[in-house]
Design a protein around this ligand. Sequence first.
Ligand SMILES: [Zn+2]
Length: 177
Amino acid sequence: MNPDDEFAQWISLLREDEAFDAEVDRLGTEAIAELRRVYAEDGLLFGDDLRRRLLALRFAHAEHALRLVLSDFPATVDWAVTPTVSMNALVYARGPGVIVHGWEVLGIGFQDTLIEIAANIQADYIDEFFHVWPSCSSHRLGLKPDMRNGVGVWMCGSGPHVVARIGKIEDGRLRKR
Ligand SMILES: [Zn+2]
């Protein structure tokens, strides 16, 4: 079987594999590219082997993504519990998972993970400090993480328009126009 066919067959078999926790029909191009890399390096992984590989990938992505997301919040913010990435032994009895500040990370592509973590950290920030962050300096609206052209960005609902890439809000402050 040629590698492309074998890859396609593997992806379709992942539908039946409980170790694979993403929806096969909703995988984005970035997630597919990650899975191609996994396939190229390790071949056809299933079950616990697949789960271990996905968690390692997710953990590395989450650490990088969390650093970027936190850089968009005020440097002096005094979290009750500092957001970190950890490996939790049992997540809803499904087996180990990657946890960021109490949230399980589910993305496979890096940008998906970045958006996921940005949304969760932002929700926690609002709960803990009672104001929305980051916000659009032109419209005084809270920004929402979203994907534009395959990249995680902070969007203002007015327009709507892109304010900055996630991780590019300088010193936790939006640049003045
Ligand atoms: Zn705006």
